[in-house]
Design a protein around this ligand. Structure first.
Ligand code: 5GP
Length: 208
């Protein structure tokens, strides 16, 4: 029953370079949204322009390991040699406040969230083609050759897990993809299991 009073947890996932971050930013530009972004923690070094506490919390391997021991992550995963994790406290607080919490994470982590938060909504972003993913990773210029190769190989394995998600959204166009995600979120709110409790309350109110 409490589910109806809680916010919705939305997990946006998919291969590196597919445009998850760009889509997420477009989603946050939708007027009057109730979204909060779950800022992840990582051991990777900041890229040019990335801001600590906004894009990620950048921490050392030691600090990350301490937080694992203290059980402070909802999930964490190793991704091409670095660690990435979702701080648990923030998510729980925002969901309790009734906010929509948007997570943008890779596939292993998303599947761990699924085990713990089966009520969350899982969206897998795919590129319009394999070549498009490669082009995007190359063009963004944030990774070197070997790193791009590792990410492409990882993406190949990740595609096979798409069937575990609730929705698949093709990133053919950023604004379109963000629109589709917004439509999914609205539809999820109307799902019977999320809304029937509110409906009953409303009907009780009408009778008295
Ligand atoms: P990047 O280094 O490109 O910022 O991120 C690499 C991958 O890690 C991306 O697929 C990104 O979505 C994912 N990622 C970012 N934060 C988290 C997190 O907290 N947990 C997990 N499991 N993956 C994350």
């Amino acid at each position: 029953m409490k589910l109806n009073e809680l916010g919705l947890l939305v997990v946006i996932s998919g291969p590196s370079g597919v445009g998850k971050g760009t889509i997420r930013k477009a989603l946050f530009e939708i007027p009057d949204n109730n979204f909060c972004y779950s800022v992840s923690m990582t051991t990777r070094k900041p890229r040019e322009g990335e801001v600590n506490g906004v894009d990620y919390f950048f921490v050392s391997h030691e600090e990350f390991a301490t937080r694992i021991k203290e059980n402070r992550f909802l999930e964490y995963a190793e991704f091409v040699g670095e660690y990435y994790g979702t701080p648990k406290d923030y998510i729980e607080k925002k969901l309790d406040e009734g906010k929509e919490v948007i997570m943008e994470i890779e596939v292993q982590g998303a599947l761990k969230v699924r085990e713990q938060k089966p009520e969350a909504v899982f969206i897998f972003i795919v590129p319009p083609s394999k070549q498009a993913l490669y082009d995007r990773l190359t063009k963004r210029g944030t990774e070197k050759g070997i790193e791009i190769q590792r990410r492409v190989e990882k993406a190949e394995r990740e595609y096979n897990l798409a069937y575990k998600y609730d929705y698949i959204v093709v990133n053919d166009d950023v604004a379109n993809a963000a629109d589709r995600i917004y439509a999914i979120i609205r539809a999820e709110h109307a799902k019977t299991e999320r809304s029937i409790h509110k409906y009953y309350k409303l009907m009780e109110g009408n009778q008295s």
